[in-house]
Every structure is written in C-alpha cells, then in structure tokens.
Write a protein that binds this ligand. Structure first.
Ligand code: URA
Length: 242
C-alpha cells in the first residue's frame, strides 16, 4: 500500500484516499494513491468502458475525465502571491509559480489525455516520453523522449491512461527523477492493484513525493496484462488499431 506524504488534503473530504504507513523504517513515506470518488467521474468512466463507445466519443470522454481528474491532481500545484486591481479595489490573489509545471504524456495513449490537461493548465510546458509495452514480456522500453535535461524544481504531471503492470510508469518516473524532478503526479484513468503494488515496491526508496490520481481501482490484470474489467486497449480505442 502507498503511504501518505503529508500534503494539504483533507482525509475526511477525500474519502477514498488510499492511505497506509510504510511497513519498514527504510521505506520513505512519500507515496499517495487517490481514487477520486465523484458521480461525474463515475458516469464518464462507465461510458468509456462500454465497448459500444466509438473512438470520437472515447476521445471526448477521455479529455473530459482528465480535466476532472486534473482538478484534483493539481491541488498542490505551486502558486505565488500577486495583487490585481479590480474595478473596485486591489485584491490579493495567486498565479502559478515558476518554474512552470511540466506535463508529460506517455505516447501513444497518454496523448489522448493531453488536451484535457492543458485545458486546466494552459501555461504549463509539455514534454513527451514514448514508451512501448512488449505484448509478450509486458516489459516497457523507451523509444522517444523530448524533455528538458534539467527538471530541478519542476512539478511533473505524467499522463498514462492505464496503470496495469506498472512497468511503464515506474520507468517514466525513474526517467523524471534522474533529471531532478521535484514532485511527480501521475494521472491514470484506471489502475490495477498489481500496478500499484509494483509502484510501491520499485519506488520505495524515492525521496520525492509521488502521487497517482485515478478514476477507479479495478479488480486485477488478466493473463495478457489487461486491466479487468478495464476498458480494453486505451490506445486502440483512442486512435484505432495501427
Ligand atoms: N494498456 C491498456 O491499454 N489497457 C489495459 O488494460 C492495460 C494496459
């Protein structure tokens, strides 16, 4: 299970926050899993799962769902104080702090989540990570990357629709950590318990906060590494079988 890194969330409000303490003292308590419990999210996810949903509708629903998840995922995005002058008086406010957040869609299926994310964070920068899952071994490999060399001080938002075996996300997070990322939040439409366990195991010694924000925790993986009940192959459903 993931442990809480002690952010500003209210555990009573976020009823489905998955929370537990690290089981051994050498594990750093820096991981959170948030399953967002909201009727609109559940409604859109149900339509997304439906095998009769066509690609254009699937793409639209994915974007809408990501915008809703992004609202929760950016709860701790850094801001700096500013003042603005209203027609009546001066008001205290905030703006997004520098360096700007970095959004990292994992190609190919994460691309379908990008529009929904930048709708909420239009001034964020976007980097790309191309990762491929071998359907036989279920191992992930990196085939493309377009990211700043130095991610020091950056809050990174990784977009990957399906946290299945966890291999892709573990590699992606490792990539960003190696470049100095300050905190990492992954937004996933669905997660499997096996992927969560893998993340917990492989990222146990990490000393930066990592969270996963998702619409649902499903039952399990099947023998082909697909999430059950899931929604099938997210990339194929977004873009067709190519
Ligand atoms: N990738 C997908 O697109 N779907 C799954 O169920 C698992 C991995």
């Amino acid at each position: 299970m993931f442990a809480d890194h002690g952010g500003h969330r209210d555990p009573d409000r976020d009823a489905s926050l998955w929370r537990s303490q690290a089981s051994s003292p050498d594990r750093l308590a820096n991981m959170q899993m948030h399953v967002i419990d909201h009727p609109l999210i559940a409604h859109k996810l149900t339509a997304l799962r439906d095998e009769r949903t066509d690609s254009p509708t699937f793409r639209r629903l994915t974007e809408e769902l990501v915008t809703l998840l992004a609202y929760e995922a950016t709860r701790e995005v850094r801001t700096a104080p500013v003042q603005v002058t209203t027609p009546v008086a001066v008001a205290d406010g905030v703006k997004l702090a520098s360096p700007k957040p970095l959004i990292v869609p994992i190609l190919r299926a994460g691309l379908g989540m990008l529009e929904g994310m930048v709708r909420l964070l239009p001034t964020a920068e976007v980097g790309f990570l191309g990762m491929l899952r071998d359907e036989e071994t279920l191992l992930a490999s990196t085939y493309a990357e377009r990211l700043p060399q130095d991610l020091s001080g950056r809050q990174c938002y990784v977009l990957d629709p399906m946290l299945a075996t966890g291999g892709t996300l573990v590699d992606a997070i490792g990539f960003l950590v190696d470049r100095g990322a300050d905190s990492i939040t992954a937004i996933c439409l669905l997660v499997a318990p096996e992927g969560c366990a893998r993340l917990e195991r492989d990222l146990a010694g990490l000393d930066i906060p990592v969270s996963v924000v998702t619409a649902a925790m499903d039952d399990k993986l099947n023998e082909r590494g697909y999430i059950v009940p899931g929604l099938g192959d997210a990339g194929d459903r977004l873009y067709g079988v190519v």
